[in-house]
Ligand binder design. Structure first.
Ligand code: ATP
Ligand code: FE2
Length: 325
């Protein structure tokens, strides 16, 4: 059985083709790059409209299959930017109807976890999902993926990108901030964890203020990372302690950061937990994760009528019925 998954929640239009045993036959994606500032929903949607036919064609070519070989179509139903979500939904519905195959709407955040488990071997982890649009600490308890902690304002990736723009880095700032941080030393930054939730707006304002005061980019990058990542590690560690889970899974675009990986690894070692990072290609937004979660839901007997496939821009992780676990 082959499943084609479409991801279009934000910057990325991605198409993945996955077999029912989890083999990723293709994972093609293209990212919208804003000319100035952050993401512009209409421009991003136009990017997805313009690129979707070619990305689908490329994915089929890479997988060496025909569209008629696909048995199931899936798409990211939410959460995300409505303009962007709609493009993936329309493309997926069109393909499913034309080829008379089943269609499933998939929760974006949970698909990050499921592909992560499949590709790392983690079985029942506490997941730290960190990206441009999301910052969540999630674990499966009582039949649902529960969100144990999350950001109260902006996501960590967005905070880093905004800070990067402020100091003149081209979007996305994450990788450039990581590089500059290697030559930095410590300056004070506000540390904001409330209960299990996090806030990055204070650190962002303070970094901008210090930059205007002449503090070096390197020192700011170093200190921004150290403080923000320490906050993430603290909440993740507490979730591990509360749930008694023995694995930690790091995913999302920010999972590429080696310093964050290192800090989590140290925490896990101290607690005797196993630490896993999702491989780069499958950690950022991609179509393969949607396809794989689709396979799991399909095998569990899920069926969605077309009328049930409206986008759900605020679809929360703990609202999803996890039929496959
Ligand atoms: P989502 O829709 O899940 O919120 P997204 O649209 O933000 O995802 P991703 O590819 O998951 O897309 O993540 C992109 C983010 O990852 C950007 O904010 C980028 O700066 C950040 N990032 C990428 N590499 C690094 C790195 N090495 N260090 C820190 N952040 C990074
Ligand atoms: Fe994502």
């Amino acid at each position: 059985m082959l499943c084609l998954g479409i991801e279009s929640t934000a910057h990325t239009f991605g198409v993945g083709i996955v077999s029912d045993t989890g083999e990723v036959l293709a994972n093609v994606k293209k990212m919208y790059q804003p000319k100035v500032g952050g993401i512009h929903p209409k421009e991003a949607a136009q990017h997805h409209i313009d690129n979707s036919p070619y990305i689908i064609r490329d994915a089929l070519d890479v997988a060496k299959v025909k569209i008629s070989d696909i048995d199931l179509f899936c798409f990211s139903q939410g959460p995300g930017i409505p303009n962007c979500l709609r493009i993936g939904a329309v493309v997926a519905r069109t393909l499913a109807l034309k080829h008379e195959k089943p269609l499933l709407g998939i929760n974006h955040c949970i698909s990050h976890i499921e592909i992560g488990k499949e590709k790392t071997g983690a079985e029942d982890p506490v997941t730290l999902y960190v990206s441009g649009g999301n910052t969540q600490v999630i674990a499966f308890t009582g039949g649902k993926y529960r969100c144990f902690g999350e950001t109260m304002d902006t996501a960590i990736g967005n905070a880093i990108d905004q800070f990067g723009r402020e100091i003149g880095l081209v979007h996305p700032g994450g990788p450039k901030v990581e590089k500059l941080a290697k030559d930095g030393k410590w300056v004070n930054m506000p540390y904001t964890v409330k209960g299990m939730d996090l806030s990055f707006s204070g650190i962002l304002s303070e970094a901008k203020r210090k930059f205007k005061d002449g503090v070096s980019k390197e020192d700011l990058c170093f200190s921004f990372q150290e403080v923000a990542f320490a906050m993430l590690v603290e909440v993740t560690e507490r979730a591990v302690a509360h749930t008694g889970k023995e694995e930690v899974l790091l995913t999302g675009g920010v999972a590429a950061n080696k310093r964050l990986q290192e800090m989590l690894e140290i925490m896990c070692k101290e607690r005797g937990a196993k630490f896993y990072t999702v491989p780069f290609d499958l950690a950022g937004d991609n179509g393969a994760m949607i396809a794989w979660n689709g396979v799991l839901a399909h095998k569990a007997g899920e069926k969605h009528e077309i009328a049930e496939t409206k986008i759900n821009q605020k679809w929360r992780t703990d609202q999803v019925d996890v039929s496959w676990l």
